[in-house]
Design a protein around this ligand. Structure first.
Ligand SMILES: Cc1ncc(COP(=O)(O)O)c(C=O)c1O
Length: 425
């Protein structure tokens, strides 16, 4: 019924977790993380051994998970002041393992990034370049910068970066040329998804190559090509039973490696900023079935966790896998469509529709797999308490990181004060 990969979900000490902290619970699994990261890195490094891998923190910023990830990758890609402080101050990440991106960088983060001499700051607009330059001048520090390109691969990504033949891009080049402290080292791009074909790797590399040559002609010395993320996992099997995803990733990195060898004789450093490809499968959510309803020719199953914690903007309902567990599994019937819904009163609070057998019954425990990306970091309150969090180490030992949020804890967030900071009743 399930792809064999997901039998591993059942190796987690689910019963123990349910008995200890209840549901819903995020389970961060060291074993699933190790499997996903090592599989991805082995494919990428097979073709480009010297590739730089900077994990995209926004995908899942849970600090204990970040600590583990740092053991596998070269560094972190951060996109906010919070993420920068988290990396530098809370996790003590070496500054030369940090890349700063983002369409809006505030003055604090720019100052901190320059002062601590992080690996690279990617410029997203002319104002961004001006702010970075002003700060570098003030601190008298050299800054390695890249420019984020807008290559119009998919319309939803037009918000970011600069069109290479646009006026603003040329202005930035002039600014960098005049600048004492800004060193243009790289070109950056992040757009759609390579693995599902919505972004074409050949188009991307050809476009970057053109800009790169232009930079060389203008006297710059770029060294780094940063192609962002976009290697999101797919769980389909091909007709021959191979993982389409792994084959896709192989093809992509084979193509990149060949393109670089032929077109970039100076051997630029390739950087990627994967998010989902590293963590999507590393976290699961354990949830309890509340009600089961048969209506409108469909079976509706209501869980105690909904889209506010598991859906996520990019979380991808379709990639969430449901597995029945424990208790009274429903009677064996031919697989039928079940809509798995969250507890909230929003019509959109539907986690996914799956063919499923045997169908769940009230009080069953359900594992929602692939909940590592854009769940813990992209949660919204939705008038629901934050689930408990546990980590399971390689020896299957459980550590409880937090219990399910209480009403008291939610309520204490709303602290009313006067202008002097005195708490008002
Ligand atoms: C600049 C940048 N890099 C990396 C990523 C990670 O993308 P993915 O999860 O597709 O690997 C994102 C995601 O939006 C991004 O905006």
């Amino acid at each position: 019924m399930f792809p064999t990969q997901f039998s591993e979900l059942f190796d987690l000490p689910i019963e123990k977790i349910v008995n200890t902290v209840g549901t819903p619970t995020f389970v961060v699994s060291d074993r699933l993380l190790h499997k996903q990261i090592t599989e991805f890195l082995s494919v990428t490094k097979e073709f480009i051994p010297e590739i730089g891998v900077f994990y995209s923190v926004k995908t899942n910023d849970y600090p204990p998970l970040l600590r583990k990830i740092l053991g596998y990758v070269d560094g972190l890609e951060v996109v906010s002041e919070y993420e920068l402080i988290l990396a530098l101050e809370k996790l003590n990440v070496n500054p030369d393992r940090i890349i700063l991106n983002g369409p809006y960088k505030n003055n604090n983060e720019i100052q901190m990034a320059i002062d601590r001499e992080i690996y690279m700051i990617n410029i997203d607009s002319l104002q961004d370049a001006r702010h970075i330059e002003e700060c570098a001048n003030r601190l008298k520090k050299h800054v390695r910068v890249g420019i984020r390109l807008n290559l119009a691969c998919s319309s939803s990504w037009h918000k970011f970066g600069l069109v290479p033949d646009g006026q603003e891009f040329q202005e930035i080049l002039k600014l960098i040329k005049r600048s004492t402290f800004l060193d243009l080292r790289g070109l950056h791009h992040h757009g759609g998804h390579f693995t599902d074909g919505s972004e074409n790797i050949d188009f991307l590399l050809t476009s970057i190559h053109k800009v790169w040559n232009d930079l060389l002609q203008k006297g710059f010395c770029p060294e780094i090509i940063d192609i962002g993320g976009g290697f999101l996992p797919y769980i389909e099997l091909s007709t021959e039973g191979k993982w389409i995803y792994q084959e896709n990733v192989k093809n992509i990195f084979r193509e990149i490696s060949e393109f670089l060898k032929i077109n970039f004789p100076g051997h630029p450093k390739l950087i990627i900023e994967p998010g989902r490809a590293l963590v999507e499968g590393a976290v699961v959510v354990i949830s309890r079935v509340g009600n089961v309803k048969y209506d409108n020719n469909k079976i509706w199953v209501y869980l105690d966790v909904g889209t506010s914690y598991v859906g996520g903007q990019h979380g991808g309902k379709d990639r969430i896998i449901f597995a029945p567990l424990l208790k009274q599994l429903g009677v064996e019937v031919p697989a039928q469509e079940i809509a798995f819904c969250g507890p909230m009163c929003y019509a959109t609070d539907v986690l996914g529709v799956q063919k499923f057998s045997p169908f769940p019954k009230e009080d069953d425990i359900t594992i929602i797999g692939n909940a590592g990306a854009y769940t813990m970091s992209l949660r919204w309150h939705g008038s629901q308490p934050y689930p408990a969090i546990v980590q399971v180490n390689l020896a299957s030992e459980i550590s409880i990181h937090s219990t399910r949020q209480s009403v008291e804890e939610i309520f204490s967030f709303y602290k009313v004060t006067d202008v002097f900071g005195n708490v008002l009743p």
